[in-house]
Ligand binder design. Structure first.
Ligand code: AMP
Length: 184
């Protein structure tokens, strides 16, 4: 049963690859960014609290996302597997997740890191046109990634869960490499 965490900087193509795999495996694609954007669209209490952080390219406080991920992974549809995209984003989220998965008896997690050079990321993000995709906010998101999310590469490689895939290729080539590394 596939349980997969997608790591990688903003603009690496995590969302697209995660979505494709989730639909081919018919398991939930859980994107904290999507959940937060939906909450902001509907102006729910979570959305109202998250907005100022998302708009600045900062991480939303753990106190908001940890409950959210615990609720989501406790839903019955996660029993056949899941793909996490955008969570965890820092070491404390990763430690929380590790304990949560133990509690839920979700075993066999693998982590995919999509590697893409910085200059390619900025160009891709600028072309995407999302509300938080202005150049200043993009640069801040990349900084936040380097400061807070990059340490997760060591966190997961220490646990021997990490695979890396070159994300600086066509969508089809990335999907292909991803399938190959998941099968090996
Ligand atoms: P994403 O769609 O994954 O790029 O996320 C968009 C924005 O949502 C990020 O820049 C953060 O502000 C927020 N966000 C998404 N996931 C998380 C998370 N796990 N922890 C904190 N903030 C998050």
């Amino acid at each position: 049963m596939p349980r997969l965490i997608f790591l990688g900087p903003p603009g690496a193509g995590k969302g697209t690859q995660a979505q494709n795999l989730a639909s081919s495996w018919q398991i939930p694609h859980i994107s904290t960014g999507e959940i937060l954007r939906e909450a902001m669209r509907s102006q729910s209490p979570l959305g109202i609290k998250a907005q100022e952080y998302v708009d600045r390219g900062e991480l939303v406080p753990d106190s908001l996302v940890l409950d959210l991920i615990e609720d989501r992974l406790s839903q019955p549809d996660t029993q056949n597997g899941w793909i996490l995209d955008g969570f965890p984003r820092n070491v404390s989220q990763a430690s929380f997740l590790e304990q949560l998965l133990q509690k839920l008896a979700h075993n066999g997690v693998r982590v995919v890191n999509l590697e893409v050079p910085d200059e390619v990321l900025v160009a891709r993000l600028l072309g995407r046109g999302r509300q938080d995709d202005t150049e200043e906010v993009i640069r801040r998101r990349l900084e936040v990634y380097r400061e807070q999310t990059l340490p997760l590469i060591d966190f997961y490689s220490d646990r021997q869960l990490l695979m890396s895939v070159n994300g600086d290729q066509s969508l089809e080539k990335v999907s292909n490499d991803l399938h190959n590394s998941l099968e090996s």
